[in-house]
Every structure is written in structure tokens, then in C-alpha cells.
Design a protein around this ligand. Structure first.
Ligand SMILES: [Fe+2]
Length: 199
């Protein structure tokens, strides 16, 4: 199993996170920790190879926004999708709005997200990638431990997990017992997108 090279400087990620730095409410160290988590998720997700045109750009955008509003509220999926929609519209990418909303709305799903195509869809790649990092590499979905360690060692997301996401919430996600507000079934409807993400 050959793993992709680790990427750590994607222009879209840098642009989105720098232009939304005020979302960190002055917690610059926390914000940099979030950026590290974003890069970890991108690198894990790329290893699952969601192969569509524009895959890397879509992955970079949805991952940069996926926990964006976690500094403001525990119910952060909907405001994160709203921020993503605003940015997509402002940059002429509104065609990607529904697809990338699904990626954010589905990233805490307990079960795999399946599509008919057989490939790992973007929403499933990001869901797995987030759980790999949140579980501190205990869950790996078949990725080699050495690769997971390399990615985690390259980016220091410690502060994000220690300080920004409340401990009780983290523990619940790691035990896969997250309360309903972390995976609202109506996240798509509430952010004006069609469909339902299910569990
Ligand atoms: Fe995350």
C-alpha cells in the first residue's frame, strides 16, 4: 500500500483559514491547532483517494471549514456550513455548495457513508480521516500506523483538542457515543441544502 506524500501548504487552506482567523476569537494558538487538525484530516483523506475531478480542491475547502465554528458553539456543523456557503458564493464556486455541505454534515456519522460508485466518496474519506485524528490514531481504517504517525507528527493539533473542543465532547466522539447535537440529522435542511445525512 503506497501512501501519498504529506502535504502541508495548500493555498486554499491557507487562504480560507487566514481570512477566517477572527473565528478563533483571538485564540491564535487554538486557531493554529485547528489548522494542524485540518492538514492531518486532508492527508488521511487523500490516502483513501476520493478520485473525482477537482478532488483535492474540494477536500481542501470542506476540510478547512469542517469544524470552523467550533470556537463559537458546540452546535457547530450548521454555522460551519453557512460560512462555507458564503465563501463558495463569494468565490464563484456555488456549484459545489450542496456536495461540500454534505461532507461537513456527515463527518460525525457513526456509520460509513456509501455511494453507488464503489469508490470512497469525499464525505466518507473525511469522516474516516476525522475519526483517525480524533481517536489519536487508534482507529485507522487500514492506513499503516507509520503513515498515521508521520502525519500526526508533522502537524501539532494538541491545543485544538486540549482546549478548543471540550473534553467531554472529545471523549464522547472517541467512544462513538456522541450526543445528537454533534450529528444533527437536520443539518442540511437547517443550512438550506437538500437531503438528509442520516446517521
Ligand atoms: Fe474535525
Amino acid at each position: 500500500m503506497s501512501m501519498p506524500d504529506v502535504v502541508g501548504d495548500l493555498p486554499l487552506v491557507e487562504e480560507i483559514l487566514e481570512s477566517h482567523r477572527s473565528r478563533g476569537r483571538g485564540d491564535d494558538t487554538g486557531w493554529d491547532g485547528y489548522k494542524a487538525h485540518v492538514y492531518r484530516v486532508i492527508n488521511f483523506a487523500r490516502a483513501f483517494g476520493p478520485e473525482t475531478a477537482d478532488a483535492d480542491d474540494k477536500l481542501a475547502i470542506a476540510t478547512a471549514f469542517h469544524d470552523l465554528a467550533a470556537f463559537d458553539t458546540l452546535d457547530y456543523l450548521v454555522p460551519s456550513i453557512a460560512a462555507q456557503d458564503e465563501w463558495l458564493a463569494a468565490t464563484g464556486r456555488q456549484d459545489w455548495s450542496d456536495e461540500l455541505a454534505l461532507v461537513i454534515a456527515g463527518h460525525h456519522r457513526l456509520r460509513a457513508y456509501r455511494s453507488g460508485s464503489g469508490a470512497v466518496p469525499l464525505v466518507e474519506a473525511v469522516r474516516r480521516a476525522d475519526l483517525i485524528d480524533v481517536s489519536q490514531g487508534l482507529i485507522r481504517f487500514g492506513l499503516p500506523k507509520s503513515f498515521v504517525n508521520e502525519v500526526r507528527g508533522t502537524f501539532d493539533a494538541g491545543v485544538f483538542f486540549r482546549r478548543v473542543i471540550p473534553t467531554a465532547t472529545l471523549r464522547a466522539i472517541r467512544r462513538r457515543q456522541q450526543p445528537g447535537f454533534l450529528r444533527p440529522r437536520n443539518a442540511l435542511t437547517r443550512s438550506s441544502h437538500p437531503g438528509s445525512v442520516g446517521r
